[in-house]
Design a protein around this ligand. Sequence first.
Ligand SMILES: Cc1cc2nc3c(=O)[nH]c(=O)nc-3n(C[C@H](O)[C@H](O)[C@H](O)COP(=O)(O)O)c2cc1C
Ligand code: SF4
Length: 453
Amino acid sequence: MAVAKEKRIILKYADARGYSNDLPCYLEHGGYDMLKKAVKSKPEDICEEVLKSGVRGRGGAGFPTGMKWKFLDRKSGKPIYLICNADESEPGTFKDRQIIYKDPHQLIEGMMISAYAIQAKQAFIYIRAEFFEGARILDRAIAEAKAKNLCGDNILGSGYSCEIVVHRGAGAYICGEETGLIESLEGKRPNPRIKPPYFPAVLGVYQCPTIVNNVETLCNVKHILEMGSDAFGQLGIPNNTGTRIWCVSGQVQKPGYFEFECGALTLGEMIYDVCGGLNPGRSLKAVIPGGSSAKVLRADERFTGTHKDGTDFDWGITDIPLDFDGPIAAGSMSGSGGIIVMDDSVDIVEALANINAFYAHESCGQCTPCREGSLWMRKITTRMCSGGAREEDSDLLVSVADQIEGRTICAFGEAAAWPTQSFVAKFKDEFIAKANQPAPDDDAEGPARLQLI
Ligand SMILES: Cc1cc2nc3c(=O)[nH]c(=O)nc-3n(C[C@H](O)[C@H](O)[C@H](O)COP(=O)(O)O)c2cc1C
Ligand code: SF4
């Protein structure tokens, strides 16, 4: 069977020849027509369309966007805020920045439609400091939009007003977690808040009802309005509607970002057909399907189970459908859409050491299990790679991870624990083999090292 073709909806113009990221170019392609339509519609009708479309958040958790909007506390009388999460901090993920750099007005239009739908009085784009060029592009695009009355006061004469402000973070993974982001936006250290009570839809920024959505999610809102929820719902497969932008990195011949209908291809088709396969002479060892916090999948594993509709599945790694539910059924997740491919040249213990170094560095430190555990896991995997590992280290590593999972304020705890739990469970022999080994010779030719940070 032929492999599905890319279906570019969000990225339709991003890489088109001659397309520039300024307003005249965006307007030439029907830009802001959906905002014009939106401000003539009832806000609740747009919310209903988003709900009916079945679109799920593209930031990591895959929560249905329309449902999230329904949770907004509209009775409090407090102002409502919309925040676009442009932190894009999950290692292996590089999609949102493409939209921001190449088609910023699409994001601004998606945000203004969303802001109108939820009747937000103020919208923010929270962007990480390292994307200084992205922030500059967004500032310019917002100024262009404002000059044409596409945001700001009395948008297009509708009587609806909403300012949009770019807020630069200082560059921390935890600022991608929505409540950490909100704290940072308020000018504080990004310590995530406890849920309950701090569900952003009820108690968000400035203790007011707030919707936090990912860049790609907000762009989808424009397309839902354009094609209608029914047509949007026809894209992809049930419960996994629309397209997704996948970022493929690691040891494939043609890494990159690709937009496909959800469920249109398998992980194997992505690696071998879209990304040109592995380097010559290499075989597949493992794949992390959804950013570094997703559980690793081993190339020779079988994934069996029963779908919600009662049908059974029995997959090899290459059979896993690329949608939201496929990687979950395989015991992992599609997370942020960052697929990291590892061939047989990868030292799996070094790969985990790299990931653990990242999480130890990024923990905000509020919860003891996360603060101490992430450092402890880093210490163990570092000594495994530098000589001096002990026989009991692999079990110790897992027991530390187990003490983090489910015992923390935010999901960073799971993000830090899952790599260790899955890497050791699936490659235990390689971890045990590190015990009592001498320190490696740094000058010698070594296995390929995954550089996640
Ligand atoms: C540790 C951590 C880091 C996160 N980083 C990001 C991020 O960089 N970008 C993002 O959109 N969501 C990130 N999320 C998810 C957000 O908390 C939130 O669920 C998301 O922005 C909601 O948008 P969505 O519903 O459109 O997916 C992160 C979550 C956690 C726990
Ligand atoms: S789990 Fe980690 S990152 Fe999240 S609040 Fe606790 S210490 Fe901070």
